[in-house]
Design a protein around this ligand. Sequence first.
Ligand code: M6R
Length: 608
Amino acid sequence: MCGIIGYVGFREAEPVLLQGLRRLEYRGYDSAGVATLTGANLHVRKKAGRVADLADHLHKHPAPGCIGIGHTRWATHGGATDRNAHPHLGGKGDIVIVHNGVIENYAALKSQLQADGVVFHSDTDTEVIAHLIARQDEDDLVEAIRRVLPLLKGTYGLAVLSLREPGVLVGARLGSPLVLGIGDGENFLASDPSALADHAERVVYLDDHQLCVLTADDWHILDRDRTRITPEVQPLVNTAASLDTGVFSHYMLKEIYEQPEALENALRGRLDEANATAHFGGLNLEPQRLRQIDRIILTACGTSYHAALVGEYLFEEFARMPVEVEYASEFRYRNSPLDRNTIVIAITQSGETADTLAALRESKRKGHPTLALCNVVGSTIAREADGGVYLHAGPEIGVASTKAFTNQVAVLAMLALYFGRLRHLSSLQGEQMIRELQALPDQIRRTLSCHERIQSIARQYAWKRNFLYLGRQYLFPVALEGALKLKEISYIHAEGYPAAEMKHGPLALIDADTPSVFLVPRNSVYDKVLSNLEEVKARGGPILAIASEGDDEIAERADEVVYVPQVADHLQPLVTVVPLQLLAYHIALLCGRDVDKPRNLAKSVTVE
Ligand code: M6R
């Protein structure tokens, strides 16, 4: 989704801004732009398309100056065009801004401004903010912005420059992340710390309703009353190495291959063999309090929601606790009766997903203890939850989530073990779970050897227009995840279903052109899934089975089989998801898609 980079210092801003924008590309966007300032001139350059298109444009029309702001835009209000790209000018062109988020009351504000004779040059909600700031009879930029912010309904991360205060860059945040990067004789502003890699070693994350004021030699943070805040200055975790694809052709493939190591990082130090349990540093809830919890709500979006569905089975089986899984976008507006011993766990890779954040805040407001399972360190959700567990998957750049899913499931399995051991789970069962978890990274390494086989299967199936993904119990969420992976990067229609539900409707879809991907490793429902598979086969549907090594029987029933290592039922999501990720990847490649940046999608969904 939209990205912001800002710079003030002693260097030319343009290359710094361009590099920051390239770092933000993974978030998903459809236009990009920069504005710099020299003397009494603002230089605005913007282009629909990729950052590379903007760079070409800048080559012909450079933007000089040692202060500037840049933006990658993911269209919300108005199409992906040059004129809607940020930055936007306000007034007579003496204010320039970039904005992440959505201004919900922009139409009313725009009508008022137009009635006063203001002429708009874009269809965006953002331009309203630029004009409002410019209209304040105020040379002090911070003061002008402060007067406008209460008029805005919605969310914003803003970076603003003004000809009236040429050496000053001001940022403001409500619901859309901003991070300040501290340099030596230069300072930076970004919506995502990855844009600051190579530049700043120390960062400050802004909280909602805060502003930041940056000059080349100084910076400070203000609250909405303009009182200076003493913020926590944190080291910037160096992610630069993860920010290129290395020997892989895409981030997605690299991240699929990183799964064994990412898993090792998630497990490291958290399995307590002596007590046959798991332990976590940041739960911030005493075992006595956790013991009183009698209901769990897991809330998330997209792939994280699928991990939550696996979590539901895990908590029910090992902790014997009732669990509900809620789409964060629904949960945030529902008035579900929750009693006071309900814990709400938000699951998110980015830690910035707008709906998940809103669901977390609503749960906190109602007084429920909250936990977050987050990948991005220092993200808003990680900071706002009462406690949490980091996923330690490392930066995930591909829009299609892969290693974050694996680590979410692994962390949920460890939490289920921990909650279970606070209750009835015996030490023998705990020890067994630990051994199974420890063996997983190598089992996933082995699973990756199916890559070539998947590649050749993809060649046969890439031209089909509809797919079904079918599984039961722990593998029903994996069916949903496999279908999501395929549709988001290949743009081919796919549905995930509990295998036995087919005969209640979807079986009507089956024909020789509709492949079904069956998740059928040996487990407690193996025979049941085989019957479901036969029902599809009897109707002429092609079948691709993901099965356990050594299962020769399945080869006679399915058109194609991909074998994965035999693991315990509750860990099968982790080994079966890998071939599905690879299948989606190869089909998308064959369809000529931009695998890491699929159309219309953003890595981090920071608008509602
Ligand atoms: O950062 P989050 O985990 O909160 O993101 C949630 C979804 O937007 C995300 O999982 C999305 O569905 C991915 N593109 C799936 O691959």
